[in-house]
Design a protein around this ligand. Structure first.
Ligand code: FES
Length: 504
């Protein structure tokens, strides 16, 4: 299967189902855009409840963040419980704490019902501090987990070979092989009569007379309900202020010893490092991640991999780095995801802002939205309501993210490197350059072939920059990404970059 980046993740050796031949049906009960864990799980739950569903995906199943996740299924989140208590109150934090166990049970029940072989495992998670400042933060987190009812205990040893100041164990976490899981869930969805249409982009969605009209490049559908399960909601400016795009870096490696901890771990750095063991077809790996940064705002992403590798080599007896990849996630400005009805609409739903907890919140979104569509009350509806405005938690970060995007919209216009001729672009190099008074983004592949696109992001005109490790053009304003030929990899852009023909 393909992914939205050049590096190969640990999860890409799975053969995903291809489109079922379309029967030209244009009317559905529910249409879902996006075939990652949120879209596939929502389709599965709704089709099972008797709804007639269509999942539309621009690429292949698992192409986006699900193909690049580290597949932790946790009951604690990037928005730490002490912060959630401060921003949303203790009652809401307790409510949030109920989501993880429910998600784990949901995933377990789907796996059990269909005998899915996806290396699911129950695990405990170990969070450790390395200095006094981190210990203070860890103490706050520990106290907060106790308040919200997450089973946590202080312990004195680390299953990972990393020294620590203080360590806590958070029980009852889980993990799995994400693409084996969604491949199997997709098959079940198809068996129940669901339809998946691949290689098709949703271009317009509008609600009229209690129905939703969904347009793709060459089709117009009608549906009772529509779900955006694409992270970014296209053509929705409000989204630009609610969640910010980040990239995280991941290594998978084998050890010289057989000392693979059956545990998950994370330190308290900002951004933090995270670890876990994964066994695939009898081969064990350690997965380690971190080094996060805002999309498009790192000139040398290669250095992020190097930092991560140096860090893990300090502690683990690394035998071989087998995989390395980076992936995109969206950090909500007030800390919690946006799941539920699109503001102002009755039949259009959002599932976005999952931060680094995509497997958990992706599944939760599917559960919540399918409840809402089939008319079942869901206790989390208010907490994750996309129309909420949390003045306490969100405003400062919203202003910060907006200022950052505006800065890049303006300042990056003047950063193109002036070159005299295209020979100055070496094999394997990508650059946004100014050539004879024109700004263009040029990549020369290893064989010397040139690819050029207009440098102006089709979302709002930000200047794209080269992501050397994933071989993509990334926009620093709101995180849109494009491949070397200008095709959209990640929104909010919906239109491909214009290609420029160059003599090769
Ligand atoms: Fe918004 Fe590029 S200008 S993503």
């Amino acid at each position: 299967m393909k992914r939205d980046g050049e590096n190969r993740s640990l999860w890409q050796d799975v053969q995903m189902p291809s489109s079922k031949p379309m029967n030209e049906d244009k009317n559905y009960d529910v249409i879902i855009a996006g075939a990652g864990i949120s879209g596939i799980t929502a389709g599965y739950l709704l089709q099972k409840s008797g709804k007639k569903c269509l999942i539309i995906e621009a690429d292949n199943i698992g192409f986006g963040t699900t193909g690049g996740t580290t597949a932790h299924i946790n009951t604690f989140y990037d928005a730490q419980y002490d912060q959630v208590i401060a921003d949303f109150g203790e009652e809401n934090a307790q409510l949030l704490a109920q989501t993880g166990p429910e998600v784990i049970n949901q995933i377990k029940s789907i796996i059990a019902e269909h005998h899915i072989d996806c290396e699911f495992a129950d695990r405990d998670s170990y969070i450790f501090s390395l200095d006094k400042d981190q210990t203070k933060k860890l103490d706050d987190l520990f106290e907060a987990t106790q308040k919200v009812g997450i089973p946590t205990e202080r312990i004195s040893s680390n299953p990972f070979p990393i020294p620590f100041d203080t360590i806590i164990k958070i029980k009852d976490q889980a993990q799995f092989h994400p693409t084996k899981y969604i491949e199997a869930v997709s098959e079940e969805f198809l068996k129940m009569g669901g339809t998946i249409s691949l290689g098709k982009k949703v271009t317009e969605v509008s609600e009229k007379d209690k129905m939703v009209e969904v347009k793709t490049d060459n089709f117009t559908y009608k549906t009772q309900d529509f779900i955006w399960a694409t992270h970014v909601i296209p053509n929705m400016n409000r989204m630009n202020f609610l969640a910010a795009p980040y990239r995280s870096y991941v290594l998978a490696f084998t050890l010289q010893s057989d000392d693979y901890p059956e545990a998950q771990g994370a330190d308290m750095y900002e951004p933090y490092h995270y670890y876990r063991t994964q066994e695939i077809d009898g081969q064990k790996y350690i997965i380690a991640g971190g080094e996060d940064h805002k999309t498009g705002q790192e000139e040398n992403p290669e250095e992020r991999f190097e930092n991560l590798e140096n860090y893990v080599r300090q502690y683990f007896d690394v035998d071989k780095i087998t995989h390395r990849w980076s992936s995109q996630f969206y950090t909500p400005t007030d800390g919690l995801p946006f799941i539920g009805k699109s503001p102002g609409d009755e039949h259009i739903y959002w599932a976005t802002g999952f931060d680094g907890n995509g497997m958990t919140f992706g599944t939760l979104s599917a559960m919540m939205i399918s409840d809402c569509i089939i008319g079942k009350a869901n206790k989390y509806e208010k907490l994750f309501n996309p129309s909420r405005l949390n003045v306490k938690a969100g405003i400062a970060d919203t202003l910060k993210e907006t200022a950052d995007a505006v800065f890049h919209l303006i300042a990056d216009k003047f950063t193109a490197e002036k070159i005299e001729n295209l020979e100055q672009i070496k094999n394997g190099e990508g650059k946004t350059v100014s050539l004879q008074g024109k700004t263009l983004s040029v990549y020369r592949d290893e064989s010397g072939k040139l690819f050029a696109v207009k440098s102006s992001c089709t979302h709002m005109g930000g200047t794209i920059g080269w992501n050397k490790t994933e071989k993509s053009w990334d926009c620093p304003c709101h995180g849109a990404r494009f491949d070397i030929e200008g095709k959209v990899l990640n929104g909010p852009a919906t239109v491909d970059l214009e290609k420029i023909e160059l003599p090769n």
